[in-house]
Design a protein around this ligand. Sequence first.
Ligand code: IPE
Ligand code: IPE
Ligand code: MG
Length: 239
Amino acid sequence: MKDNTQAAPRHVAIIMDGNGRWAQARGKPRLYGHRAGGRRVREILTACPDLGVKYLTVFAFSTENWKRTQAEVTGLMTLFKRYITREATALRDNGVCVRFIGDRIRLEPKLVEMMDNLEKLTKDNDLVHLTVAINYGGRDEVARATKRLACDVKAGTLDPEAVDAETLAKYLDTCVLPDPDLVIRTSGEARISNFLLWQSAYSEYEFIDTLWPDFSREIFAEILENFAKRERRYGAVAQ
Ligand code: IPE
Ligand code: IPE
Ligand code: MG
């Protein structure tokens, strides 16, 4: 019989949801949950090389999250800056190549500068690739990509007849990344909330009830074990 089991997913993307509810259950402000959630990123990232995961992408702030209170938005931006300051050296020394996806135009210049610097600092690393989605929305990403593509057509450097899915993918924020093999969402919500719409066309999904601050290396390993049993057919018929 043919062995249809998968190796470890090369690229895992995570919708880190449930920080607010986790804090609320403890009678704490939402930011307390975001801080706890931030700590989980390090734990999961460190587990990746042992588990055979080469690319980890995490959804940190969506294009829709601006609808939250000013206090929460500012608090999250402060956390991102603090995370970069605290983790930069360790990320560099531990072989992590960091990238950010999403539209930087709406982010404060200080944060954008820190993101650029961290990307530069870690660009030659190749043990594990961490991508952080900040002010990221799948539709926004496709729209921005289309705009750039249209500019190239207008400039005469791209033949509209030659445009196919592969061409468009080259204009996405994720152009250098493989598509995610597995997308995990915590907190019990079974929706994708505008995350990696294009890239997850054939991703496997795992929706789990655990709130993100309670996520652990053990839960991660268990999910990867389940993934290994799945059969991915990509539209073909099983052999
Ligand atoms: C996810 O946790 C983190 C962000 C969206 C920034 P939430 O803040 O959405 O937590 P819940 O869903 O309200 O519990
Ligand atoms: C998705 O979570 C965005 C991130 C995890 C950063 P949300 O909590 O914003 O999504 P909805 O509002 O429940 O769909
Ligand atoms: Mg949420």
